[in-house]
Design a protein around this ligand. Structure first.
Ligand SMILES: Nc1ncnc2c1ncn2[C@@H]1O[C@H](COP(=O)(O)OS(=O)(=O)O)[C@@H](OP(=O)(O)O)[C@H]1O
Length: 327
């Protein structure tokens, strides 16, 4: 972890310990920082980032609440921005690397901060980063330079099931396994890494309405319905539209196929590869579970359905944001 130096570190520790604190889903604790629940390590990383990271105008951000389709959108975005560089069928980096390796998270400082900044500044442009950070807490330079942001969200029912399955598998050893009931209670209270999920979605939703050329808001369910349409939409948004010839050659369809759940989950790198997450090293295969719309029906009791539906109604009403719950 990058170091701030003695006194500053102490002040930061004091600041973090003054914040409201809850048990996390995968981290021992999460703190209410800038109105979202966040592990202490991320608060530190984010503070360093605010100070030292300078966005470039060509940077692209893939933003999401966890378990909403991040892996899929990272793969698609990487393939789209590099479609002139790599063929989707031969030797494509996505055939041998997990999307999270090709599209690194904005905040994961390990080791020397200056090396990290140098590494990032040497990345091929356009640099594509992933982030689960809510809109208001993004690095200032990202906002000031109007870097393009693609946000993906998913219906909260499926997001909950996916998160419950995933976080229990990657959690720190010392944490007890969250029962479905415990996790659901926390989810309904917004207490989950990067939550509350409703303010996360609404933050990006409002920006996408106010600045549609800067923030593109996508839904997992819509991508499932017509991925080719969305591949073209993302390319147009990023200013790298496909030519007529590329479209006739089937480039759009081959990107969609390369990034499909079926295509990705059976790749060797995603079956047996591992990724170094802050908490521990875990298997890439954990990013690929069922990828269905409506799996929640196998997990929700009628009272859970009623409670979550009410929260969605209450939190999102009037925003214009709604979800498809079944395929
Ligand atoms: N290529 C592709 N296409 C469609 N769906 C996919 C794909 N890759 C992963 N998935 C499904 O997405 C869910 C994981 O969400 P995230 O990728 O956002 O997870 S993470 O936040 O990056 O950890 C998780 O959903 P569930 O299966 O419902 O748990 C994955 O199975």
């Amino acid at each position: 972890m990058a170091s701030l130096g003695g006194q500053q570190e102490n002040e930061e520790d004091e600041f973090i310990s003054s914040l409201p604190k809850e048990r996390g889903w995968s981290f021992s604790h999460v703190y209410l920082f800038e109105q979202f629940w966040c592990p202490s390590s991320l608060i530190r990383e984010r503070n360093i980032f605010q100070k030292h990271f300078h966005a470039k105008q060509s940077d692209v951000l893939v933003a999401s609440f966890p378990k909403s389709g991040t892996t899929w959108l990272k793969a698609l975005t990487f393939a789209i921005v590099n479609h002139k560089k790599f063929s989707s069928t031969e030797n494509h980096p996505l055939l041998t690397s997990n999307p999270h390796q090709l599209v690194p998270p904005l905040y994961t400082f390990r080791g020397n901060i200056h090396d990290q900044i140098l590494q990032l500044s040497n990345m091929a442009e356009p640099r594509v980063f992933g982030t689960h950070i809510p809109f208001p807490s993004l690095p200032k330079s990202v906002i000031e330079l109007n870097c393009r942001i693609i946000y993906i969200c998913r219906n909260p029912f499926d997001t909950f099931v996916s998160a419950w399955a995933f976080f229990n598998k990657i959690k720190v050893e010392s944490l007890s396994t969250l029962t479905k009931e415990e996790a659901f209670e926390m989810f309904c209270n917004g207490v989950i890494e990067f939550g509350p999920w409703w303010s996360h979605m609404l933050g990006y939703w409002k920006e996408s309405v106010a600045r549609p050329n800067t923030v593109l808001f996508l839904k997992y369910e819509d991508l499932k319905e017509d991925v080719d349409f969305h591949v073209k939409k993302v390319a147009d948004f990023l200013g790298c539209s496909f030519t007529q010839e590329e479209e006739s050659d089937g480039v759009v369809e081959s990107i969609a196929k390369l990034c499909s759940f079926e295509g990705m989950k059976d790749l060797e790198v995603n079956k047996s590869g591992t990724i170094n997450f802050e908490i521990k090293r875990f298997e890439n295969k954990l990013f690929f579970r069922k990828a269905e719309i409506g799996d929640w029906v196998n997990h929700f009791s009628p009272s859970m359905v009623e409670k979550l539906s009410k929260i969605i109604e209450e939190k999102l009403s009037g925003s214009g944001l709604s979800f498809k719950m079944h395929s």
